[in-house]
Design a protein around this ligand. Structure first.
Ligand SMILES: Cc1cc2nc3c(=O)[nH]c(=O)nc-3n(C[C@H](O)[C@H](O)[C@H](O)COP(=O)(O)O)c2cc1C
Length: 386
Protein backbone atom coordinates (compact mmCIF):
# COMPACT_ATOMS: atom_id res chain seq x y z
CA UNK A 1 0.00 0.00 0.00
CA UNK A 2 1.11 3.56 -0.77
CA UNK A 3 0.31 6.84 0.92
CA UNK A 4 0.81 10.57 0.57
CA UNK A 5 -0.22 13.67 2.51
CA UNK A 6 -3.56 15.37 1.87
CA UNK A 7 -3.41 18.24 -0.62
CA UNK A 8 -4.01 21.19 1.70
CA UNK A 9 -2.91 21.19 5.31
CA UNK A 10 -2.23 24.04 7.72
CA UNK A 11 -1.00 23.54 11.23
CA UNK A 12 -1.87 26.02 13.95
CA UNK A 13 -0.31 26.33 17.38
CA UNK A 14 -3.38 26.82 19.56
CA UNK A 15 -2.92 28.42 22.96
CA UNK A 16 -4.78 27.34 26.09
CA UNK A 17 -4.83 29.95 28.85
CA UNK A 18 -5.62 29.08 32.42
CA UNK A 19 -5.56 30.81 35.78
CA UNK A 20 -3.61 29.32 38.65
CA UNK A 21 -5.69 30.42 41.63
CA UNK A 22 -3.04 29.42 44.20
CA UNK A 23 -0.59 31.87 42.58
CA UNK A 24 -3.31 34.55 42.41
CA UNK A 25 -3.89 34.20 46.14
CA UNK A 26 -0.18 34.52 46.85
CA UNK A 27 0.04 37.66 44.66
CA UNK A 28 1.99 36.20 41.69
CA UNK A 29 1.43 36.25 37.91
CA UNK A 30 -1.28 33.64 37.63
CA UNK A 31 -1.89 33.43 33.87
CA UNK A 32 -0.48 30.15 32.58
CA UNK A 33 -0.37 29.16 28.94
CA UNK A 34 0.16 25.87 27.15
CA UNK A 35 -0.23 25.09 23.48
CA UNK A 36 -1.17 22.20 21.22
CA UNK A 37 -1.09 21.57 17.46
CA UNK A 38 -4.29 21.79 15.44
CA UNK A 39 -4.42 20.40 11.89
CA UNK A 40 -6.71 22.32 9.52
CA UNK A 41 -7.48 20.42 6.33
CA UNK A 42 -10.38 21.73 4.20
CA UNK A 43 -11.32 18.30 2.81
CA UNK A 44 -12.02 17.06 6.36
CA UNK A 45 -14.06 20.12 7.43
CA UNK A 46 -13.11 19.80 11.10
CA UNK A 47 -10.28 20.86 13.35
CA UNK A 48 -8.08 17.96 14.44
CA UNK A 49 -5.71 18.04 17.41
CA UNK A 50 -2.44 16.25 16.66
CA UNK A 51 0.66 15.52 18.70
CA UNK A 52 4.33 16.26 17.95
CA UNK A 53 4.99 12.78 16.54
CA UNK A 54 2.05 13.07 14.12
CA UNK A 55 3.21 16.57 13.16
CA UNK A 56 6.65 15.18 12.29
CA UNK A 57 5.14 12.38 10.21
CA UNK A 58 2.96 14.85 8.28
CA UNK A 59 5.97 17.09 7.74
CA UNK A 60 7.85 14.14 6.28
CA UNK A 61 5.15 13.17 3.76
CA UNK A 62 4.86 14.55 0.24
CA UNK A 63 1.49 15.87 -0.90
CA UNK A 64 2.33 14.78 -4.46
CA UNK A 65 4.55 11.71 -4.46
CA UNK A 66 3.13 8.39 -3.21
CA UNK A 67 5.34 6.46 -0.80
CA UNK A 68 5.28 2.88 0.53
CA UNK A 69 3.38 2.70 3.82
CA UNK A 70 6.02 0.37 5.29
CA UNK A 71 8.76 2.98 4.73
CA UNK A 72 6.73 5.65 6.52
CA UNK A 73 5.99 3.21 9.33
CA UNK A 74 9.67 2.47 9.76
CA UNK A 75 10.37 6.17 10.14
CA UNK A 76 7.41 7.27 12.29
CA UNK A 77 5.93 4.09 13.76
CA UNK A 78 2.94 1.94 12.79
CA UNK A 79 0.53 3.46 15.31
CA UNK A 80 1.27 7.01 14.21
CA UNK A 81 0.80 6.27 10.48
CA UNK A 82 -2.37 4.21 11.09
CA UNK A 83 -3.89 7.09 13.07
CA UNK A 84 -3.07 9.70 10.43
CA UNK A 85 -4.59 7.47 7.72
CA UNK A 86 -7.71 6.98 9.81
CA UNK A 87 -8.00 10.74 10.36
CA UNK A 88 -7.63 11.40 6.63
CA UNK A 89 -4.55 13.61 7.02
CA UNK A 90 -2.57 10.94 5.20
CA UNK A 91 -4.26 9.51 2.12
CA UNK A 92 -4.00 5.79 1.36
CA UNK A 93 -4.41 4.20 -2.09
CA UNK A 94 -6.48 1.18 -0.96
CA UNK A 95 -10.31 0.85 -0.89
CA UNK A 96 -10.27 1.18 2.93
CA UNK A 97 -9.31 4.85 2.55
CA UNK A 98 -11.38 5.57 -0.56
CA UNK A 99 -13.76 8.02 1.15
CA UNK A 100 -10.97 10.32 2.42
CA UNK A 101 -9.19 10.03 -0.92
CA UNK A 102 -12.33 11.05 -2.81
CA UNK A 103 -12.66 14.21 -0.69
CA UNK A 104 -8.98 15.01 -1.15
CA UNK A 105 -9.32 14.48 -4.91
CA UNK A 106 -12.33 16.83 -5.04
CA UNK A 107 -10.23 19.53 -3.39
CA UNK A 108 -7.35 18.93 -5.82
CA UNK A 109 -9.67 18.87 -8.86
CA UNK A 110 -11.34 22.16 -7.91
CA UNK A 111 -8.04 24.11 -8.18
CA UNK A 112 -8.39 25.98 -4.89
CA UNK A 113 -5.78 28.42 -3.68
CA UNK A 114 -4.91 26.64 -0.40
CA UNK A 115 -5.34 29.67 1.91
CA UNK A 116 -8.68 30.49 0.31
CA UNK A 117 -9.88 26.91 0.85
CA UNK A 118 -8.87 27.26 4.48
CA UNK A 119 -10.59 30.62 5.02
CA UNK A 120 -13.74 29.36 3.30
CA UNK A 121 -13.96 26.01 5.08
CA UNK A 122 -13.31 27.27 8.57
CA UNK A 123 -15.33 30.48 8.21
CA UNK A 124 -18.63 28.67 7.73
CA UNK A 125 -21.44 28.62 10.29
CA UNK A 126 -23.70 25.83 11.42
CA UNK A 127 -26.48 26.26 13.94
CA UNK A 128 -25.59 29.85 14.85
CA UNK A 129 -28.49 31.49 16.68
CA UNK A 130 -27.29 34.88 17.79
CA UNK A 131 -30.08 37.31 17.40
CA UNK A 132 -28.82 39.63 20.11
CA UNK A 133 -25.23 39.45 18.89
CA UNK A 134 -26.05 40.70 15.41
CA UNK A 135 -29.04 42.90 16.07
CA UNK A 136 -27.88 46.33 14.96
CA UNK A 137 -27.43 48.31 18.18
CA UNK A 138 -27.99 52.05 18.25
CA UNK A 139 -24.99 54.18 17.42
CA UNK A 140 -25.09 55.55 20.95
CA UNK A 141 -24.70 52.02 22.37
CA UNK A 142 -21.69 51.47 20.12
CA UNK A 143 -20.15 54.80 21.17
CA UNK A 144 -20.66 53.91 24.83
CA UNK A 145 -18.98 50.57 24.33
CA UNK A 146 -16.13 51.28 21.92
CA UNK A 147 -15.60 55.05 22.19
CA UNK A 148 -15.34 57.20 19.06
CA UNK A 149 -14.98 55.29 15.76
CA UNK A 150 -12.23 56.19 13.25
CA UNK A 151 -13.39 59.16 11.10
CA UNK A 152 -15.82 58.45 8.25
CA UNK A 153 -13.15 59.05 5.59
CA UNK A 154 -9.55 60.05 4.94
CA UNK A 155 -8.63 63.74 4.93
CA UNK A 156 -5.69 63.93 2.51
CA UNK A 157 -4.14 67.31 1.49
CA UNK A 158 -7.23 69.45 2.13
CA UNK A 159 -5.18 72.56 1.25
CA UNK A 160 -4.81 71.32 -2.35
CA UNK A 161 -8.43 70.23 -2.75
CA UNK A 162 -10.19 70.81 -6.08
CA UNK A 163 -13.82 71.58 -5.35
CA UNK A 164 -16.16 69.67 -7.68
CA UNK A 165 -19.51 70.90 -9.02
CA UNK A 166 -22.63 69.52 -7.36
CA UNK A 167 -23.81 66.29 -9.08
CA UNK A 168 -26.35 66.90 -11.80
CA UNK A 169 -29.66 65.10 -11.45
CA UNK A 170 -29.70 61.80 -13.36
CA UNK A 171 -32.04 59.02 -14.34
CA UNK A 172 -30.72 56.62 -11.71
CA UNK A 173 -31.15 59.05 -8.83
CA UNK A 174 -34.57 57.84 -7.80
CA UNK A 175 -33.41 54.27 -7.17
CA UNK A 176 -30.02 55.25 -5.78
CA UNK A 177 -31.45 57.73 -3.31
CA UNK A 178 -34.44 55.69 -2.20
CA UNK A 179 -32.50 52.46 -1.60
CA UNK A 180 -32.24 51.33 2.00
CA UNK A 181 -31.88 48.12 3.99
CA UNK A 182 -35.31 47.09 5.25
CA UNK A 183 -35.57 45.48 8.66
CA UNK A 184 -39.29 45.70 9.20
CA UNK A 185 -41.12 43.57 6.64
CA UNK A 186 -44.89 43.23 6.46
CA UNK A 187 -45.50 39.62 7.47
CA UNK A 188 -48.87 39.50 5.66
CA UNK A 189 -47.77 41.06 2.38
CA UNK A 190 -46.75 39.09 -0.68
CA UNK A 191 -44.82 40.07 -3.81
CA UNK A 192 -46.60 39.87 -7.18
CA UNK A 193 -45.15 37.32 -9.59
CA UNK A 194 -44.43 39.99 -12.25
CA UNK A 195 -42.29 41.90 -9.74
CA UNK A 196 -40.40 38.73 -8.78
CA UNK A 197 -39.93 37.86 -12.46
CA UNK A 198 -38.37 41.24 -13.23
CA UNK A 199 -36.23 41.22 -10.10
CA UNK A 200 -34.82 37.77 -10.79
CA UNK A 201 -34.37 38.18 -14.52
CA UNK A 202 -32.75 41.61 -14.38
CA UNK A 203 -30.50 40.66 -11.46
CA UNK A 204 -29.60 37.02 -12.02
CA UNK A 205 -30.90 36.27 -15.51
CA UNK A 206 -28.92 36.03 -18.72
CA UNK A 207 -29.51 39.11 -20.86
CA UNK A 208 -27.58 37.35 -23.59
CA UNK A 209 -25.99 33.92 -24.05
CA UNK A 210 -22.73 33.79 -25.97
CA UNK A 211 -21.53 30.54 -27.53
CA UNK A 212 -17.77 30.46 -27.01
CA UNK A 213 -17.11 26.81 -27.85
CA UNK A 214 -19.02 23.79 -29.14
CA UNK A 215 -20.37 23.10 -25.65
CA UNK A 216 -19.36 26.28 -23.84
CA UNK A 217 -21.46 29.30 -23.08
CA UNK A 218 -20.94 32.53 -21.20
CA UNK A 219 -23.76 34.69 -19.93
CA UNK A 220 -24.11 38.45 -20.09
CA UNK A 221 -25.83 39.83 -17.01
CA UNK A 222 -26.62 43.31 -15.70
CA UNK A 223 -23.80 43.08 -13.12
CA UNK A 224 -20.11 42.58 -13.85
CA UNK A 225 -18.44 39.27 -13.02
CA UNK A 226 -14.81 38.24 -12.61
CA UNK A 227 -13.67 36.64 -15.88
CA UNK A 228 -17.24 36.98 -17.21
CA UNK A 229 -17.92 33.55 -15.74
CA UNK A 230 -20.89 34.44 -13.51
CA UNK A 231 -20.28 31.68 -10.96
CA UNK A 232 -23.10 32.87 -8.66
CA UNK A 233 -26.36 30.92 -8.75
CA UNK A 234 -29.64 32.15 -7.26
CA UNK A 235 -31.58 29.77 -5.03
CA UNK A 236 -34.94 31.30 -4.16
CA UNK A 237 -36.73 30.90 -0.86
CA UNK A 238 -40.28 31.93 -1.67
CA UNK A 239 -42.29 32.69 1.43
CA UNK A 240 -45.09 34.78 -0.04
CA UNK A 241 -44.83 35.08 -3.81
CA UNK A 242 -48.18 35.25 -5.60
CA UNK A 243 -48.79 32.06 -7.55
CA UNK A 244 -45.73 30.22 -6.20
CA UNK A 245 -45.97 27.62 -3.42
CA UNK A 246 -43.73 28.42 -0.43
CA UNK A 247 -40.43 26.61 -0.73
CA UNK A 248 -36.97 26.44 -2.20
CA UNK A 249 -36.30 26.84 -5.91
CA UNK A 250 -33.38 27.19 -8.25
CA UNK A 251 -33.69 30.14 -10.60
CA UNK A 252 -32.50 29.09 -14.04
CA UNK A 253 -30.86 32.20 -15.54
CA UNK A 254 -31.21 31.13 -19.16
CA UNK A 255 -34.65 29.48 -19.10
CA UNK A 256 -35.97 32.18 -16.69
CA UNK A 257 -37.74 29.53 -14.64
CA UNK A 258 -38.09 28.62 -10.99
CA UNK A 259 -37.20 24.94 -10.63
CA UNK A 260 -38.59 23.47 -7.40
CA UNK A 261 -36.29 21.75 -4.92
CA UNK A 262 -38.70 21.51 -2.01
CA UNK A 263 -42.11 22.98 -1.38
CA UNK A 264 -43.41 23.43 2.17
CA UNK A 265 -46.10 25.19 4.17
CA UNK A 266 -45.77 28.84 5.28
CA UNK A 267 -44.68 27.95 8.81
CA UNK A 268 -41.92 25.66 7.57
CA UNK A 269 -40.70 28.30 5.10
CA UNK A 270 -40.65 30.93 7.87
CA UNK A 271 -38.72 28.60 10.21
CA UNK A 272 -36.25 27.69 7.45
CA UNK A 273 -35.67 31.35 6.65
CA UNK A 274 -35.03 32.24 10.27
CA UNK A 275 -32.65 29.32 10.66
CA UNK A 276 -30.73 30.11 7.47
CA UNK A 277 -30.46 33.76 8.54
CA UNK A 278 -28.99 32.77 11.93
CA UNK A 279 -32.13 34.00 13.67
CA UNK A 280 -32.08 37.52 12.22
CA UNK A 281 -35.85 37.89 12.66
CA UNK A 282 -35.74 41.48 11.36
CA UNK A 283 -34.81 40.07 7.93
CA UNK A 284 -36.54 36.69 7.90
CA UNK A 285 -40.02 38.12 7.29
CA UNK A 286 -39.08 39.20 3.75
CA UNK A 287 -41.44 37.34 1.40
CA UNK A 288 -38.81 36.86 -1.34
CA UNK A 289 -35.32 35.72 -0.42
CA UNK A 290 -32.39 34.60 -2.52
CA UNK A 291 -29.40 32.52 -1.46
CA UNK A 292 -26.32 33.50 -3.48
CA UNK A 293 -24.25 30.38 -4.12
CA UNK A 294 -20.90 30.49 -5.92
CA UNK A 295 -20.01 27.56 -8.13
CA UNK A 296 -16.31 27.84 -7.41
CA UNK A 297 -15.46 25.15 -9.91
CA UNK A 298 -16.63 27.47 -12.70
CA UNK A 299 -14.53 30.38 -11.47
CA UNK A 300 -11.50 28.21 -10.67
CA UNK A 301 -11.70 26.50 -14.06
CA UNK A 302 -10.05 29.70 -15.29
CA UNK A 303 -8.48 31.08 -12.11
CA UNK A 304 -6.57 27.97 -11.03
CA UNK A 305 -4.81 28.23 -7.69
CA UNK A 306 -5.25 32.01 -7.97
CA UNK A 307 -4.77 34.41 -5.04
CA UNK A 308 -7.62 36.72 -6.06
CA UNK A 309 -10.25 34.26 -7.26
CA UNK A 310 -12.08 33.78 -3.94
CA UNK A 311 -12.19 37.53 -3.36
CA UNK A 312 -13.57 38.06 -6.86
CA UNK A 313 -16.44 35.68 -6.12
CA UNK A 314 -17.42 37.74 -3.05
CA UNK A 315 -17.28 40.89 -5.18
CA UNK A 316 -19.56 39.24 -7.74
CA UNK A 317 -22.11 38.60 -5.00
CA UNK A 318 -21.86 42.23 -3.87
CA UNK A 319 -22.58 43.50 -7.37
CA UNK A 320 -25.59 41.23 -7.75
CA UNK A 321 -26.86 42.36 -4.37
CA UNK A 322 -26.72 46.05 -5.30
CA UNK A 323 -28.51 45.36 -8.58
CA UNK A 324 -31.14 43.44 -6.59
CA UNK A 325 -31.49 46.34 -4.12
CA UNK A 326 -31.96 48.89 -6.92
CA UNK A 327 -34.55 46.79 -8.72
CA UNK A 328 -36.39 46.21 -5.44
CA UNK A 329 -36.30 49.97 -4.82
CA UNK A 330 -37.75 50.56 -8.28
CA UNK A 331 -40.63 48.26 -7.27
CA UNK A 332 -41.08 50.25 -4.06
CA UNK A 333 -39.63 47.53 -1.85
CA UNK A 334 -36.87 47.70 0.75
CA UNK A 335 -34.26 44.96 0.45
CA UNK A 336 -31.50 43.35 2.49
CA UNK A 337 -28.23 41.46 2.16
CA UNK A 338 -26.41 39.52 4.86
CA UNK A 339 -23.37 37.30 5.07
CA UNK A 340 -24.28 36.31 8.65
CA UNK A 341 -25.93 33.07 7.59
CA UNK A 342 -25.69 29.41 8.53
CA UNK A 343 -23.90 28.60 5.30
CA UNK A 344 -22.83 25.07 6.24
CA UNK A 345 -26.45 24.18 7.07
CA UNK A 346 -27.69 25.81 3.86
CA UNK A 347 -25.24 23.61 1.91
CA UNK A 348 -26.92 20.54 3.39
CA UNK A 349 -30.41 21.81 2.62
CA UNK A 350 -29.45 22.57 -0.98
CA UNK A 351 -27.30 19.44 -1.41
CA UNK A 352 -24.08 21.39 -2.06
CA UNK A 353 -20.44 20.46 -1.44
CA UNK A 354 -18.38 23.13 0.33
CA UNK A 355 -15.28 22.10 -1.65
CA UNK A 356 -17.03 23.00 -4.91
CA UNK A 357 -19.53 25.64 -3.79
CA UNK A 358 -19.66 28.62 -1.44
CA UNK A 359 -22.90 29.92 0.03
CA UNK A 360 -21.82 33.56 0.01
CA UNK A 361 -24.80 35.62 1.17
CA UNK A 362 -28.57 35.92 1.30
CA UNK A 363 -30.61 38.83 0.06
CA UNK A 364 -34.32 39.49 0.08
CA UNK A 365 -37.03 42.09 -0.26
CA UNK A 366 -40.68 42.81 0.37
CA UNK A 367 -43.14 45.49 1.38
CA UNK A 368 -42.34 47.37 4.59
CA UNK A 369 -44.74 47.10 7.51
CA UNK A 370 -46.65 50.19 8.61
CA UNK A 371 -46.04 51.60 12.04
CA UNK A 372 -42.90 52.08 14.07
CA UNK A 373 -39.73 50.52 12.79
CA UNK A 374 -38.33 47.74 14.88
CA UNK A 375 -34.73 48.22 13.82
CA UNK A 376 -32.22 50.72 12.52
CA UNK A 377 -33.20 51.80 9.01
CA UNK A 378 -31.07 54.52 7.45
CA UNK A 379 -33.16 56.45 4.95
CA UNK A 380 -32.12 59.64 3.20
CA UNK A 381 -33.06 62.81 4.99
CA UNK A 382 -34.00 61.00 8.21
CA UNK A 383 -31.97 60.92 11.37
CA UNK A 384 -34.45 59.78 13.98
CA UNK A 385 -33.97 56.09 13.21
CA UNK A 386 -30.22 56.09 13.82
C1 LIG B 1 -21.76 42.62 3.12
C2 LIG B 1 -22.92 43.14 3.93
C3 LIG B 1 -23.37 42.41 5.02
C4 LIG B 1 -24.46 42.86 5.76
N1 LIG B 1 -24.90 42.10 6.81
C5 LIG B 1 -26.01 42.47 7.49
C6 LIG B 1 -26.53 41.66 8.53
O1 LIG B 1 -25.98 40.61 8.87
N2 LIG B 1 -27.66 42.04 9.16
C7 LIG B 1 -28.29 43.20 8.83
O2 LIG B 1 -29.33 43.49 9.43
N3 LIG B 1 -27.82 44.01 7.84
C8 LIG B 1 -26.69 43.67 7.16
N4 LIG B 1 -26.21 44.47 6.15
C9 LIG B 1 -26.88 45.75 5.83
C10 LIG B 1 -26.10 46.93 6.40
O3 LIG B 1 -26.25 46.94 7.79
C11 LIG B 1 -26.63 48.23 5.77
O4 LIG B 1 -26.30 48.24 4.41
C12 LIG B 1 -26.03 49.45 6.46
O5 LIG B 1 -26.52 49.57 7.77
C13 LIG B 1 -26.34 50.73 5.70
O6 LIG B 1 -27.73 50.92 5.59
P1 LIG B 1 -28.43 51.10 4.16
O7 LIG B 1 -28.21 49.85 3.37
O8 LIG B 1 -29.89 51.32 4.48
O9 LIG B 1 -27.80 52.29 3.49
C14 LIG B 1 -25.11 44.07 5.41
C15 LIG B 1 -24.65 44.80 4.30
C16 LIG B 1 -23.57 44.33 3.56
C17 LIG B 1 -23.12 45.12 2.35
Amino acid sequence: MKLRRCAVLYIESREDLSIDWRTVLSGGNALASSSHWVALAPHLDQEITIDAAQLAALGGASQTVWRERSAAEQEYGEVCIAKLLELGLLIGDTPQYAAQRARDDTLRDTHWRPLSALAHTFGRWRGVVEETGMEAPSFQALLDRFGEPPPPTLDIHPEQAIALPAPAAGRMDEQLLQRYTGRNYDLQASVPLEVVARLLQRTFGAQEVRQVGPHSEVLKKTSPSGGGLHPIEAFVLAQRVDGVAPGLYHYHPMAHELRPLETMDHEAAAALSRYMLADQHWLSGAPLQVVLVARLERSYWKYRNHQKAFRAVALDAGHLSQTFYLLATEAGLPAFITAAINDADIEKTLGLDHLRHAVVAMCGCGPAADGPRSMVELRYGETDAI
